[in-house]
Design a protein around this ligand. Structure first.
Ligand SMILES: [Zn+2]
Length: 371
C-alpha cells in the first residue's frame, strides 16, 4: 500500500466519524461536505493539481446549488424539512432558498443557473445570506467530533465571535475585514477526489436518511427527488446535439434510428453536471449498457474532439436554449476523476465490454481541451 492509499483510508475513517457525529440538528453537515468534495473536483488544475484553499463564497454558491432542487415543494405539496429543533421549523438556509424559489422560480424543475440569470441582484443577496450562515455555524461546527474540534479537513481564521457586520463589509468589497479562505490540510483535496466514487453515494444516502426521518417518509422515495438526474428534462438538447454528431450515436458511431437518450458523459453518479458539454446523444441501448461506468479512452478522445471542433456551435446552442455551459469546469472534473482512478479501474468500451484504463491516452485527450 502506498502512503497515498494510507492517507485516503485515514481520511475516509475520519469522515465516517464525522458522519456518525450527531450534533447537527440540520442537514448542513452533508451539504458542506458535499460542497467541499465538489469544489475539490471543480478546482483541479488542468495539470491535475488539486486546490489548496476554497473560499466561503465558493462554498455558499455550491450549497445554494445543492439545496436548490430540495427547496422545491415535494410532490407539489410542501418543502421538506431539513432542520430546526421544533416540529415545523426549517433549516434557515433551506427556508431562504425556498422563499427565493417561490419568488422567481415557480417551476419545480427550474435549474439554479436560470434562476440566477432571472434576477441576479436577488440571487446575490441569497448567496450572501447563505455565506454568512455557513460562516456563523456549519463551517466552525463541522470538525467537532465529541468534545473537541479537530481541524483535520481545513483551517480557518475566524472565531465564534465573528460579527455579521464584518462579513457584510467584506461581501461589499471592503478589503481585509474578513479572511474568507478555508485552508485545506495537506492531502485533503487529493484524497477527497480519490474517494469521490465512494463518498458521494455515502453522503447522499446519509443525507436522504436524515430528511426521511425528519419528514417521516420512506428513504427510498427521496433519493431521486433530492439527488436524481431526472429533475431537469434534457429533451431540448437532443436535436441540436444530434446534429453536431451528424446523426450518429456518440458511443457506437452508427446511425441513430430508434430510441435515443441524452447521456451524461461523466456519469451523474460521479459528479452531477447538466452542462451542455457534458451531454451526448446515444442509442438507448448503448446508454443502458454504459450506465454509471466511466467511458474508455476512445470515447474520451471523441468527447474532447467534439468540445474542440464544435466549441462555437455548443456556445450557440447553449445561448439559444438558455442552457448551462461551463467547459472549463467540466474539463477540470474529468481530469480530476480520470487522473485519480486506481490503475485497476475498468472503463466502458461498448456493449458489455469493459477495458483497462489507458491513463496517458485519456489525460492527453483531456489536455488537448485546454484553451
Ligand atoms: Zn450506439
Amino acid at each position: 500500500m502506498t502512503d497515498q492509499d494510507r492517507g485516503a483510508i485515514g481520511l475516509a475513517e475520519r469522515m465516517l466519524g464525522l458522519l456518525d457525529e450527531g450534533s447537527f440538528s440540520a442537514t448542513y453537515k452533508y451539504a458542506l461536505l458535499m460542497a467541499l468534495l465538489d469544489l475539490c473536483l471543480e478546482k483541479m488544475s488542468g495539470r491535475g493539481v488539486p486546490p489548496e484553499t476554497v473560499t466561503t463564497r465558493q462554498l455558499a454558491e455550491k450549497v445554494v446549488e445543492l439545496y436548490w432542487p430540495h427547496a422545491a415543494p415535494y410532490r407539489g405539496q410542501h418543502v421538506l424539512r431539513q432542520g430546526g429543533v421544533r416540529q415545523g421549523n426549517q433549516a434557515e438556509i433551506v427556508s431562504a432558498i425556498a422563499a427565493h424559489r417561490a419568488g422567481v422560480a415557480r417551476d419545480p424543475d427550474q435549474p439554479v443557473f436560470r434562476a440566477r440569470l432571472a434576477d441576479p441582484e436577488r440571487f446575490e443577496k441569497l448567496v450572501r445570506f447563505v455565506e454568512w450562515k455557513l460562516i456563523e455555524m456549519p463551517i466552525p461546527r463541522l470538525q467537532w467530533v465529541g468534545p473537541e474540534e479537530i481541524r483535520f479537513l481545513y483551517e480557518y481564521a475566524w472565531t465564534k465571535h465573528v460579527r455579521q457586520s464584518e462579513v457584510s463589509a467584506y461581501q461589499r468589497g471592503a478589503p481585509r475585514t474578513f479572511d474568507n479562505r478555508l485552508l485545506l490540510r495537506a492531502g485533503v483535496a487529493e484524497n477527497l477526489v480519490r474517494l469521490n466514487g465512494l463518498l458521494r453515494p455515502l453522503l447522499h444516502r446519509e443525507w436522504a436518511r436524515m430528511v426521511a426521518a425528519m419528514n417521516r417518509l420512506p428513504e427510498s422515495e427521496l433519493d431521486d427527488f433530492l439527488f436524481g438526474a431526472t429533475r431537469v428534462p434534457l429533451d431540448p438538447v437532443r436535436a441540436p446535439l444530434l446534429s453536431l454528431q451528424a446523426g450518429r450515436c456518440f458511443y457506437c458511431q452508427t446511425r441513430l434510428s430508434g430510441p435515443s437518450e441524452v447521456d451524461h458523459f461523466i456519469p451523474w453518479a460521479r459528479y452531477p453536471n447538466n452542462g451542455l458539454e457534458n451531454l451526448v446523444v446515444a442509442h438507448a441501448r448503448c446508454n443502458n449498457r454504459k450506465r454509471d461506468f466511466l467511458a474508455a479512452a476512445r470515447h474520451v478522445e471523441n468527447w474532447s474532439g467534439r468540445a474542440r471542433a464544435h466549441a462555437s456551435d455548443l456556445e450557440v446552442v447553449a445561448s439559444e436554449l438558455d442552457w448551462e455551459r461551463d467547459p472549463s469546469r467540466s474539463r477540470s472534473v474529468a481530469v480530476a476523476i480520470y487522473s485519480r482512478l486506481p490503475e485497476e479501474a475498468r472503463l466502458w468500451e461498448r456493449e458489455s465490454e469493459l477495458v483497462a484504463m489507458e491513463r496517458p491516452r485519456i489525460l492527453a485527450a483531456l489536455g488537448r481541451l485546454a484553451a
